[in-house]
Design a protein around this ligand. Sequence first.
Ligand SMILES: [Zn+2]
Length: 146
Amino acid sequence: MIEHVIPMTGNRPYPPRISGFTQTFWDGLTEGRFLTTCCAACQKTTFPPKPICPACLGAKVEWREISGRGHIYSYTIVHAAPSIFTHEAPYAVGIVDTPEGLRMAARLLISPERLRVTMPVAVGRMAYEDGSFFGFVEAEGDRAND
Ligand SMILES: [Zn+2]
């Protein structure tokens, strides 16, 4: 269950290409569920969702809700942004390791001065006017450790 909903202004600057396969992911995100695929044969969970298992090439995958929690493995602050994102710069992007063993690249919706490697994070749904996207926010309770 995605606990964090972040209101965003306007439309997504770079809307995702949604296919018949990825529609399940985007619908789940809007409904507050963070979904990905898991191989029915070898149980390998992958992100982003894939119709074919990259570990065993199995063609039967199942949708599974994942925790949406993790820790920052690495990050950077983007100051010189592509033109469609200049109005949002500076902003952070990073790599998050999840308890499911996934390593995902994503936007980090955390102020640059608070960011640190190993920071606990949780997925947030970015609610744009034309649909959803996702990024990671600082996990609840982490501030108590400051
Ligand atoms: Zn597999």
